[in-house]
Design a protein around this ligand. Structure first.
Ligand code: DWN
Length: 402
């Protein structure tokens, strides 16, 4: 039985949360049903604001086991662009002396990043909540524990595996059920001279670039550096460095340590530029409503003209985009073996491979670029399709047909 508790206080500082935007109800974004007629429980997408921490949060709390079940459909190595990103990520963190020691990655997924570190570091270890990716990582020789990470698990692993010189956590801080317990666990397992390196979608970029389709239940929090700084300080850590990355429409990679001395210059610059206060909150809701209406109109106009409109990339974020904007498509084409043959959550749009598409349809007349975070790579790959008159809709921040 799935539970859905209202979240009324901030998950970091316990201040009262304020209403921000309500996007209706959707199923889990990373759960792709195998049958078209399978019942899917739908959950409210109501986003709240903590003014003290300058961050947004999901207004309902779902258990981690519900969200990260063993059928979870995200494999890092399925996205070539994600692999490329982590190749650069690995080169960057190898410059830190701590990378030569014990490197522990939380939510290590299929071990893609740790595999790039294993010949450089004295020891690598991963942990992930989903059994399918854990099996995959262990089978390829990346030692990976199964389960959720929190304060208790940090104590246990510290005792059995030793204390880490570097803890890594990418695209997970915003996902966890209890962010304070998670960071407390990091502080416990991290040596006093260690570094905590983590990447997450940067809230000011989500607002600036209107990447509102990133609001889905696997993401409980949408974080700023103000929020991160307040969170780290509660657990005797502070931001040492910040790097902006283009991942998922705009992310930051933070390096933190137990040296509580100062907030780094780069962090101070970003906070002053974007977070004092958080810009763009007041008209955000109206920008989203306007985006949904324009996008739906554009798709339906093309369909009225007899065009076949398909999705390009069965992304988790497309669950929010398609359900909130009430858009139906002929099919979605995707490369991920785990997703092919299944259906998009909520809309039940069939997901097919490029090979199946070719056999059944040839090519769509127009693709709605639901994997907009890889727009450059995809448009480059599809330039001959476009040369033959094929078109793409870039959905956000303003829908454009190219
Ligand atoms: O939090 C999460 C973020 C960080 O990553 C996870 N919940 C899942 C994932 O989010 P997403 O699914 O919205 O984005 P991805 O992982 O970037 O999804 C890209 C999808 O597009 C993949 O299913 C692969 C597919 N794809 C494709 O079919 N052809 C991608 C490319 C580049 C392509 O050429």
């Amino acid at each position: 039985m799935k539970t859905e508790k209202k979240q009324t206080v901030c998950r970091i500082c316990e201040s009262k949360l304020n209403d921000f935007i309500y996007l209706g109800k959707t199923p889990f974004a990373d759960s792709f049903p195998k049958e078209k007629d399978k019942y899917e429980k739908q959950y409210q997408l109501d986003i709240k604001l903590c003014a003290a921490c300058q961050c947004l949060q999901m207004g309902h709390q779902l258990t981690m086991r519900e969200v990260f079940n063993d059928d979870y459909a995200f494999f890092t190595n399925a996205s070539p662009a994600a692999v490329e990103h982590f190749e650069q990520y690995a080169e960057d963190i190898k410059q830190l002396p701590q990378s030569k020691g014990f490197v522990f990655e939380i939510a290590s997924n299929d071990g893609t990043l740790l595999e790039m570190m294993k010949d450089h570091s004295s020891k690598v270890l991963g942990i992930d909540a989903c059994a399918n990716v854990v099996r995959y990582a262990n089978d390829k020789g990346i030692p990976t524990l199964h389960g959720f990470f929190n304060q208790t698990r940090g104590e246990e692993i510290g005792e059995t595996e030793g204390y880490a010189d570097m803890v890594i956590a990418n695209n997970v801080l915003a996902h966890v059920e209890n962010i304070n317990s998670f960071v407390a666990g990091v502080s416990i397992i991290l040596k006093s001279t260690g570094v905590f390196v983590f990447e997450f979608q940067y809230l000011p970029q989500l607002i600036n670039n209107l990447t509102w389709d990133n609001f889905y239940h696997e993401h409980r929090m949408f974080l700023s550096l103000t929020a991160i700084s307040r969170l780290l300080r509660k657990h005797s850590m502070a931001i040492v460095d910040v790097v902006e990355t283009p991942q998922h429409g705009g992310s930051v990679r933070v390096t933190a340590s137990k040296d509580m001395g100062h907030l780094s210059a780069t962090a101070t610059k970003l906070i002053n530029r974007y977070e004092k206060p958080l810009h763009g909150l007041t008209d955000f809701k109206y920008r989203v409503i306007n985006n949904c209406e324009k996008l739906k109109l554009m798709v339906e106009q093309l369909q009225f003209e007899g065009k076949v409109v398909a999705g390009y990339g069965a992304t988790a974020k497309s669950c929010t985009l398609l359900n909130a904007a009430d858009i139906q498509l002929e099919y979605i084409v995707d490369l991920t073996p785990h997703k092919i043959g299944r259906f998009a959550p909520g809309t039940k749009i069939p997901i097919i491979s490029p090979k199946q598409e070719k056999a059944r349809y040839g090519r769509a007349d127009v693709y709605l670029l639901t994997a907009w975070n890889y727009a450059d790579r995809i448009l480059q790959k599809e330039r001959s399709y476009m040369g033959r008159g094929g078109r793409f809709i870039i959905p956000i921040p303003n829908p454009i047909l190219i």
